[in-house]
Structure formats: structure tokens, C-alpha cells
Write a protein that binds this ligand. Structure first.
Ligand code: MG
Length: 342
């Protein structure tokens, strides 16, 4: 039997604008999906598009939801066009929740808590944040690069590395801002520094981006992470097929309904996966974090150090600390979000 389907749209201002190499971002738009079956079980999903990642837009997703009518069944999922990556992800999540008895994934999770990467502000502001965050217990730090003046950022890299507590590591995220020359310069610099990886040095839209990324990954010792290059399950399968030796930053919200890609990742690269936020609400984050807690390898620090994120705190996931606890995920009450949007 198909389940009753409903969706609500949200537009949520961020507490502070998010600054990346793509510019300033001030609010999040998306959809919350709700399925309810005859037995009264409820499944939640979220559509949190990031068009910079090649997903559909929120408008198109909302129109597609309206066309679904007020029921939806698992047999309809394959009919959602592949280009609707986020809608497919959200519907697949909601369907899976319908079939799942009370919260077994987190309840039976191997790890009761997972480490979280501390997000540092871009530029010099990030430097002053290391001390307090280290004090709080963070040992993985993430710093956006390709945002300000390149020469200044390179000098700052040394200051940041010097400020790290013993054993800590730094993730750099260029959000595709560099060309090959600049990426090489940075990767040379990173080679003997405590840099865990350099994320998306080259934009996926750059000429011969895939070859360039594979070349850089082979030429330098610091691992390179794919983030914007991963959009949809096929992209994951393609990179695995190409023998990608680096890290996969996976935003489950953007992968589409992709069981084959997940299975391949778990088999071939489980210890090279970083679960990461798409700056979605607690609905999407909850399903992403359940995956992380059930992942068959010791987790690298989660890219979920984003909360509090929204002006309306009801939409936030658990506040960012050095660890995320399975219990906090279990306690999230997503019904509250739904009601807030009525
Ligand atoms: Mg990134």
C-alpha cells in the first residue's frame, strides 16, 4: 500500500552568513517530506539542494512533490528522474524510516559517539578560534581556503599549524577555487604539515577536472578529498572505478537513492569516507548521522560541526561539540520542525 505523502517548504536564515569560495550564503531553502503508512508509522525525509553540486533546485523539487499527489509508494521511487538527486534521497530516506522499527540503527550502533571536526572561520579569524576549540576537546579542524588573498592564506597556514594542539590535524577546503598551479603550490606546502586532506582543490567544472584531480592525488603525499565532485551515486561509482586513492566527502542528502554506490563505498573505501553536512535541518542530518553511526569502519571526524546554524533553533541538530553522541541523534524530535512549518 502506498503511504500518505505530504511535504512542507522551508526558508531558514542562517545565524551568520556562510562564507565559502562560492561567496556569501545567507539562508537555506528546502523541503521536509513526510510519509505515513496504514499502521501509523511515519517516515521523514528532507530535500536540501545545493545547486553548486549539480542537484535540482528547490523550486523544481517542490513542483515534483506537488505532482506526486498525496500518496507515495516504494514502487514509484525509480520513476523519479535521476536528475532529482535530493528528492530521490529524501524519499528513499522517508521510505526506509517507514520500514524501520524504533530506531535500531543508532540503538545498535557500534560507536556511542563519533568525533566532529571543528569549523574554523575563513581567513585570520580562524586562527583565534583554534585555542578555545582545542580547549573544548576538538582535534580535527577545518579551514576554508581560496576565500581571501592567496599569499596571505599561505602564510596563515603556518600560523594555524603552529597553533594546533599536539596530534591535531587540519582539513583544508578550497571549494574548487584553485587552478592547477595554485593547487600544486598548496599541496607542496602541505606535504610536511599536519594536514589530514585538501578538499576539492579544483572545481568539477574545470577543464579535464577529473584527470587533474587524479594527477594531483598521485603526485603529492597529502590526500585529496572529493566533495563538489560527488553528486549522485553514479559519480561515486565512477570515481571508485577510476581508482580514486583519496577521501570521499559524502553528503548523503546529495547522493540520490544510491544503494549500489553505498555498498561499493563501504566495500572499497570505508576508511576513506567523511560524512558531511549539506547544511540541512535536523531531519536530513538525522538520517545522514544514522548512516555514519552504522558505518563499517572507524569514522573520521564528522563534518557536522555546524550547529547552531539557523536563526530558528528548532531546525538545528545537536550543538557542535568535539563529539556527537548516538543518544543526541536518537533524541531529535523532528515532529517539532514539521509543526513549526505549518
Ligand atoms: Mg567541502
Amino acid at each position: 500500500m502506498p503511504a500518505r505523502f505530504a511535504f512542507r517548504r522551508y526558508r531558514l536564515p542562517f545565524r551568520a552568513p556562510v562564507r565559502t569560495a562560492h561567496g556569501l550564503w545567507t539562508e537555506r531553502e528546502g523541503l521536509i517530506l513526510r510519509l505515513e503508512n496504514e499502521a501509523g508509522a511515519i517516515g521523514w525525509g528532507e530535500v536540501a539542494p545545493l545547486q553548486g553540486f549539480g542537484t535540482e533546485g528547490v523550486e523544481a523539487a517542490a513542483e515534483a512533490c506537488a505532482r506526486l499527489g498525496d500518496t507515495f509508494g516504494a514502487e514509484e521511487l525509480p520513476r523519479i528522474p535521476p536528475a532529482f538527486l535530493c528528492l530521490r534521497s529524501g524519499l528513499a530516506t522517508a521510505l526506509a524510516e517507514l520500514d524501520r522499527p524504533e530506531e535500531p540503527e543508532t540503538g545498535a550502533a557500534r560507536d556511542a559517539y563519533l568525533p566532529v571536526a571543528a569549523l574554523l572561520a575563513a581567513g585570520r579569524l580562524g586562527l583565534a578560534q583554534i585555542g578555545p576549540k582545542a580547549e573544548a576537546g576538538f582535534r580535527t579542524f577545518k579551514w576554508k581556503v581560496g576565500v581571501g588573498d592567496a599569499a596571505d592564506e599561505l602564510i596563515l597556514l603556518d600560523d594555524l599549524c603552529a597553533a594546533l594542539p599536539a596530534g591535531a590535524r587540519l582539513r583544508l577546503d578550497a571549494n574548487g577555487a584553485w587552478d592547477r598551479r595554485r593547487a600544486e603550490l598548496w599541496l607542496e606546502r602541505c606535504a610536511d604539515r599536519p594536514v589530514e586532506f585538501v578538499e576539492q582543490p579544483i572545481a568539477p567544472s574545470a577543464r579535464r577536472a577529473d584527470d587533474l584531480l587524479l594527477g594531483l592525488a598521485g603526485d603529492y603525499p597529502t590526500p585529496i578529498a572529493l566533495d563538489e565532485s560527488l553528486s549522485g551515486g553514479e559519480s561515486v561509482e565512477r570515481w571508485l572505478g577510476a581508482g580514486w586513492p583519496g577521501i570521499f566527502v559524502v553528503k548523503p542528502a546529495l547522493l540520490g537513492a544510491a544503494p549500489a554506490a553505498w555498498a561499493l563505498l563501504a566495500k572499497a573505501a570505508a576508511d576513506r569516507v567523511v560524512f558531511s553536512s549539506a547544511l540541512e535541518t535536523a531531519v536530513g542530518a538525522r538520517s545522514a548521522l544514522r548512516l555514519a553511526f552504522g558505518w563499517p569502519a572507524t569514522s573520521r571526524a564528522l563534518g557536522f560541526g555546524v550547529w547552531p546554524l539557523f536563526v530558528d533553533g528548532r531546525f538545528d541538530g545537536p550543538a557542535a561539540g568535539p563529539f556527537l553522541y548516538a543518544e543526541s541523534i536518537r533524541r531529535l524530535n523532528v515532529e517539532v520542525l514539521w509543526t513549526a512549518l505549518s
